[in-house]
Design a protein around this ligand. Structure first.
Ligand SMILES: C[S@@+](CC[C@H](N)C(=O)[O-])C[C@H]1O[C@@H](n2cnc3c(N)ncnc32)[C@H](O)[C@@H]1O
Length: 212
């Protein structure tokens, strides 16, 4: 029931005249910095909206899949990809039900989708991320927070981030305030705990050998 309500709300946002507040048409500096620091690979944008970030990634050589359950958003994303002359796999679907999607993805991106999911959807979502992320891949997540569990506003509690542990480890976090809504927010970067441990070991060995 909750899922249906959100599906209806998001579809209505895109059908209104004018753009929804998040649909700025501009990729955020956090994504651009990631692109600049990593070679292109396979990317998945969960809750891709009208495809701004799908197109940005594709323009930089990434093979991108975008998933959103809002019909008009996916239609617009396909139009933007065509207009930009890039290939992208843009799918109408639910990010909590991705059984027909195969990984691995070197980047899983989510700007503003996870924090709007109902509680039961969040667990399924986290399972999908762990299944689809490449062993050395990055999960880049932008979330807004809410003050308490009773609040009806979209947003997560800090405790919701535990859904990604222990398999995924938080390797970077930048807290801020969402510019459109004036609410606490954060950019979170996750990698598989095993790959973080391997990198730490390799780094330690490098230091030992260069010190010796
Ligand atoms: C705040 S918007 C952000 C859109 C896009 N990432 C951007 O930055 O422009 C959240 C998006 O997630 C989508 N969404 C929310 N719940 C979803 C679900 N369960 N499955 C697929 N898409 C979902 C909405 O339709 C909406 O496009």
């Amino acid at each position: 029931m909750e899922r249906l309500k959100r599906w209806f709300e998001f579809n209505r946002w895109y059908l209104r005249r004018g753009r929804p507040p998040w649909d700025t048409g501009v990729s955020p500096p956090e994504l651009l910095a990631f692109i600049a620091a990593h070679p292109p690979g396979r990317a998945l944008d969960l809750g891709c909206g009208t495809g701004t970030n799908v197109v940005t990634l594709a323009r930089h050589g990434w093979r991108v899949t975008g998933v959103d359950f809002a019909v008009k958003a996916i239609v617009e994303a396909r139009r933007k990809a065509r207009a930009a002359g890039v290939q992208a796999d843009l799918r109408l679907g639910d990010v909590t039900q991705l059984d027909n999607l195969a990984g691995p993805f070197d980047l899983i991106l989510d700007i503003g989708c996870f924090h709007g999911l109902p509680a039961d959807g969040r667990s399924a979502y986290a399972r999908n991320v762990k299944r689809l992320l490449a062993p050395s891949g990055t999960f880049l997540l932008y979330v807004m927070f809410k003050a308490d569990a009773q609040s009806q506003r979209s947003g997560i509690l800090e405790a919701d981030l535990a859904l990604f542990a222990p398999e995924l480890a938080l390797v970077a976090r930048a807290d801020g305030v969402d510019t459109a809504r004036g609410r606490p927010s954060a950019w979170l970067t996750y990698r598989f705990s095993a790959s973080v441990a391997t990198m730490a070991t390799a780094h330690g060995q490098d230091e030992c050998s260069s010190a010796g």
